[in-house]
Design a protein around this ligand. Structure first.
Ligand SMILES: [Fe+2]
Ligand SMILES: [Fe+2]
Length: 166
């Protein structure tokens, strides 16, 4: 079991190196909601999950939050373009994201569950089983709503969108 009291700098370094991974960066090529790409969405979900963890004193594992959060939508296609390979995108993309993630990363069971359960309750049988998975499930919904309804209006002045570290 990892130490939950990992310092912020160490967590930030892990987050940074994950974002620098060339396959993870491919998420920048796909729109998620509005004009927000999947990479930006995943970053926002991690930042939101970490902020909730800190503010609510949940003591969730920061590394799992970062890894599970950044890879939760690592499905690597544009879900707006109709294709029979992702007809039921809402239900199937967590499994696709996990399959892609396992090609490049060694994930523990908690991180796998974060990815698989982030669409709960839509995916009825994939239930979040940890504090980390509940945080990402919640953060994902919150960020998706903001991205869908606010689009570019938030944080326009600074050019930063959904920066929960600010
Ligand atoms: Fe998703
Ligand atoms: Fe998401």
């Amino acid at each position: 079991m990892r130490n939950n009291n990992i310092n912020t700098r160490e967590a930030d370094e892990i987050f940074y190196s994950l974002r620098e991974h060339p396959e993870v960066a491919r998420m920048k090529n796909y729109i998620q909601h509005g004009d927000i790409n999947t990479f930006q969405h995943c970053e926002a979900v991690v930042n939101c999950g970490r902020k909730l963890n800190q503010v609510l004193h949940i003591h969730a594992d920061e590394i799992s939050l970062i890894r599970g959060g950044m890879l939760h939508d690592f499905y690597l296609y544009d879900w707006h373009i109709p294709d029979k390979s992702h007809k039921l995108h809402g239900f199937s993309h967590p499994r696709q994201a996990l399959q892609n993630a396992l090609k490049y990363f060694n994930l523990n069971d908690r991180e796998k569950n974060i990815i698989l359960s982030h669409m709960w309750p839509l995916t009825v049988t994939q239930i979040p089983t940890s504090r980390e998975a509940w945080l990402i499930c919640l953060a994902d919904k919150y960020c998706a709503l903001r991205e869908t309804f606010h689009r570019g209006r938030l944080f326009e002045k600074t050019g930063e969108r959904f920066n929960f570290n600010a």
